[in-house]
Design a protein around this ligand. Structure first.
Ligand code: SF4
Length: 65
């Protein structure tokens, strides 16, 4: 599974980190979400939920388990 966060679009709201902390981490210094472990999507099963709940649609998830 491939997961990306568009750094130009992300507003650092933290929703993805709340939904899927194994995969996303919001860096408070730069105010953007980072993908810390995209392989965690395979077992955490929350990447699609994060994608759907991102208010600015900055998350792209490609592939499936
Ligand atoms: S939910 Fe979207 S806008 Fe909010 S921190 Fe995550 S990637 Fe950024």
């Amino acid at each position: 599974m491939n997961v990306t966060v568009d750094q130009d679009i992300c507003i650092g709201c933290g929703a993805c980190q709340d939904i899927c902390p194994a995969v996303f981490y919001v860096d408070e210094v730069i105010g953007k979400s980072q993908v810390i472990d995209e392989d965690a999507c395979e077992y955490a099963n929350c990447c699609e939920a994060a994608e759907e709940n991102c208010p600015v649609k900055a998350i792209t998830v490609i592939g499936s388990t």
